[in-house]
Design a protein around this ligand. Structure first.
Ligand code: UDP
Ligand code: MG
Length: 314
């Protein structure tokens, strides 16, 4: 019997891109006819007719499976749901907008079966077609997180990745709620081959990531993969205390020798404001970690399924 590959496709308002996606992917599946496929679409609470499109795709082709969430849980949750339900010997995650070229699948499969890798991942070498300000902040984020985190988080890495069972099972062991896949993929280890490609613009519809959403996601990545900001806070606190101690000694000595003329209140005021600002900033940092710990501890499910055509066997 041929080996089975599970393709996992998170979809949020992808009604316009799904027909293109299916056309290209079906062609690639036909070309790789030495393999069996299942395509698991995860409808992440779309507000358009994505679910209807998925239902009709499933009706036309028995390889199509879908899981539909009760609301929008985010791409990370959608990927996790798909991976959890994948039955394949291999699983691949890909976007519905054809920004992850399905044609690369063959090369990825070759890497994991012939070249001894456990997963084949992809990274964009250009950010062509993206707003420059977004690229700038993205670059800065990767530079900062790679300085602080132990796990390498590759700049331009996509979530588009094919993995074998061993890799997939390791990934499924990580049940955290604050999921940052780019880090999780690296954290599980194993051997990964990186394939590079030029950025492709989405085929239809528009990006679901606003600047604010990306900002929150980057904070999630930092908080999930490093506690360095907490160390920075402690070190800064220590330095400030030392500085304060020295200046106290200085002031006392000066008073004993020269008396106490009232001057320099403006600089005092700005020092107080500055220190107050730093304290608030680091309280915010602590708050971030506390908030993440709080959501983990509540132990809520990562997603809730409203409808699906998967046979329930667990
Ligand atoms: N997506 C999702 N839930 C969300 C946001 C996005 O499932 O809350 C899916 C989306 O349908 C697409 C993929 O994640 O298949 C990547 O999203 P998008 O193309 O908007 O991101 P970009 O490529 O612009 O980074
Ligand atoms: Mg996209």
């Amino acid at each position: 019997m041929a080996e089975l590959i599970s393709l996992i496709v998170p979809c949020y308002n992808e009604e316009p891109s799904l027909p293109y996606f299916w056309e290209q992917t079906a062609a690639v599946m036909a070309k790789m006819d030495y393999l069996d496929f299942e395509v698991i679409f995860v409808n992440d609470g779309s507000k358009d007719k994505t679910l209807e499109v998925l239902r009709s795709l499933a009706e036309a082709d028995s390889r199509v499976k879908y899981i539909s969430f009760s609301r929008n849980f985010g791409k990370e949750a959608a990927m996790f749901a798909g991976l959890e339900h994948a039955k394949g010997d291999y699983a691949a995650v890909m976007d519905a907008d054809l920004q992850d070229p399905p044609a690369l699948l063959e090369q990825m499969y070759h890497a994991v079966t012939q070249e001894g890798y456990d997963s084949a991942a992809t990274r964009r070498v250009t950010r062509k077609g993206e707003p420059p300000i977004r690229s700038f902040f993205a670059r800065m984020f990767y530079r900062i997180i790679n300085k602080m985190a132990d796990v390498e988080i590759v700049d331009g890495a996509r979530d588009f990745r094919l993995m074998n069972r061993k890799f997939l099972n390791a990934l499924l062991e990580l049940k955290e709620r604050n999921r940052f896949s780019k880090g999780l993929f690296g954290w599980v280890g194993f051997k990964t081959k990186w394939l590079e490609f030029e950025n492709v613009e989405r085929v239809a519809g528009e990006t679901k990531w606003s600047f604010w959403k990306l900002f929150k996601y980057s904070i999630e990545g930092i908080v999930a993969f490093t506690t360095a900001p907490l160390t920075i806070a402690s070190v800064m606190g220590f330095l400030m205390c030392t500085l304060a101690l020295c200046s106290t000694v200085f002031i006392v000595v000066r008073k004993l020798i020269f008396g106490d003329p009232v001057s320099g209140w403006a600089s005092t005021a700005s020092i107080i404001t500055f220190i107050g600002g730093i304290q608030l900033f680091f309280m915010g940092v602590f708050g971030q970690y506390l908030a993440k710990a709080y959501t983990e501890i509540k132990n809520r499910p990562i997603y809730i399924v409203a409808e699906s055509n998967l046979e329930e066997d667990n």
